[in-house]
Design a protein around this ligand. Structure first.
Ligand SMILES: Cc1cc2nc3c(=O)[nH]c(=O)nc-3n(C[C@H](O)[C@H](O)[C@H](O)COP(=O)(O)OP(=O)(O)OC[C@H]3O[C@@H](n4cnc5c(N)ncnc54)[C@H](O)[C@@H]3O)c2cc1C
Length: 390
């Protein structure tokens, strides 16, 4: 029996049990490293420790030789599975997804990869943060489920880079490298989780005291509003509705909604992680956990606790024409981009006039920002006064 190594704590426990069962049954087994280019534990600090800072990890990852993809096995190489009593997908407890997910499978993944490497990859660094441009590769679900391998993705980007290099187009070369650095983020978080399996439900970074996340009834009502995309913060609601509709959310917006949950609603990142785990087609324990703990200021390489995203400014900067908001929040379709991005500051009367169906903000950003700063200062054992804020 052959399989690929998987690196989360749960996967390693499962695979250890499978190994034992196969040994008991006298079945020969072999494993391969296929999910990442450089398996956890092979890129380390000079002292031999796993990296906790991405930048240093990236430099070593970038400079290591990459494997070429393997040829697919021929039918003759594969064991014939006949007469096996395999359960159906429904019997395993899965049903049709409610979300409109993008087409799955290797053929669709290869098409996505080829289309992305034709043009969009050369503008990736400029466009990737603008959700309305739909300028990223959308390969996360394929990489997660292995319908396309990371060696194949890397090889296609290396070819794109060589072509840009031959044309002397340094900007395009830089854009491809920016994309490759995202593949390295995936491997960075894989090795963080491999080295610290407990972070799946614990803070990576220890504070002196527990962080006093809100958890009363009012907080749970706010959590519900966040899940439903009904917070009255348009860019947040657009993201949460994209998640529900497509089982996917753009990266910049994932950062915005995660910051909003933890720093505006003061809710524990674990609520957000659980919701993402349930809804994302690309849910990956390492990346999801890394993303959440980064936003909550509890992770490796974390966002400093005093740097809190302002959801209005983020919307204005990354969705200036409110294209993305309008795509997912139809109640705001005929509201001007200026009014969308200043929704929070408009009078109640004006809001009713512009979009009677769209909610008022559930919290006041400036007030919650101050509360978040105090919450983190208390967790750090600092005085209320004196810590910096941006
Ligand atoms: C709170 C939060 C939760 C997240 N949860 C997940 C998750 O469950 N699964 C997941 O694959 N990514 C997750 N990400 C990372 C990132 O948002 C997605 O990988 C990206 O949006 C997928 O879209 P794409 O394939 O078009 O990305 P592209 O921009 O085209 O990137 C190419 C590939 O690089 C990898 N990648 C890109 N950004 C990151 C990143 N920040 N961290 C790790 N890998 C990255 C992915 O495999 C992605 O497919 C999360 C980020 C945040 C802030």
């Amino acid at each position: 029996m052959f399989w690929n190594e998987d690196y989360s704590g749960l996967a390693r426990e499962r695979d250890a049990r499978v190994r034992m069962a196969l040994d008991d049954a006298g079945v020969a087994r072999e494993t391969r490293h296929d999910a990442v280019h450089h398996e956890p534990g092979t890129i380390t600090t000079n002292a031999g420790d796993p990296y906790a800072v991405y930048t240093y990890f990236w430099k070593k990852w970038r400079d290591r030789d990459k494997h070429d993809p393997f040829d697919a096995p021929t039918a003759d190489d594969l064991a014939a599975v006949t007469g096996a009593d395999l359960p159906t997908v429904e019997e395993l407890g899965f049903s049709e997804p409610a979300a409109d997910v993008q087409e799955a499978g290797t053929a669709a993944a290869r098409e996505r990869l080829a289309a992305f490497c034709e043009e969009a990859i050369y503008r990736y660094d400029e466009d990737r943060d603008y959700p309305g441009k739909h300028a990223t590769s959308r390969l996360s679900t394929d990489l997660k489920w292995g319908t396309v391998g990371v060696r194949e993705v890397y090889e296609a980007t290396a070819t794109a880079k060589a072509e840009a290099d031959a044309d002397g187009d340094d900007d395009a070369v830089g854009a491809v490298e920016e994309f490759q650095s995202q593949l390295a983020w995936r491997e960075f978080y894989t090795q963080v989780l491999w080295a610290n399996p407990e972070v799946v439900d614990r803070n990576y970074k220890e504070y002196e005291h527990d962080i006093e996340w809100r958890d009363d009834d009012e907080a749970m009502a706010d959590l519900q509003a966040w899940k439903e995309g009904e917070t009255g913060y348009p860019i947040v609601d657009a993201g949460m509705r994209q998640l529900k509709a497509e089982a996917y959310m753009h990266n910049r917006v994932r950062m915005i909604v995660a910051s909003f949950l933890t720093k505006d609603l003061l809710l524990d990142w674990r609520h957000g992680y659980a919701h993402f785990k349930e809804h994302l087609a690309d849910h990956d324990t390492a990346n999801d956990n890394g993303g959440w703990q980064w936003a909550a200021s509890t992770g490796t390489d974390a966002q400093p606790y005093f740097r809190i995203f302002n959801p209005m400014t983020q919307g204005e900067r990354y969705d200036p024409d409110a294209e993305y908001v309008k795509e997912y929040v139809p109640e705001l379709a005929s509201v001007s981009a200026d009014d969308v991005h200043s929704w929070h500051e408009l009078s109640v009367g004006r809001r009713r006039q512009l979009a009677p169906q769209y909610p008022d903000p559930v919290v006041d950003h400036s007030e919650m920002r101050e509360r978040a700063l105090s919450m983190f200062k208390r967790a750090r054992g600092e005085e209320e006064e004196g810590a910096s804020a941006d």
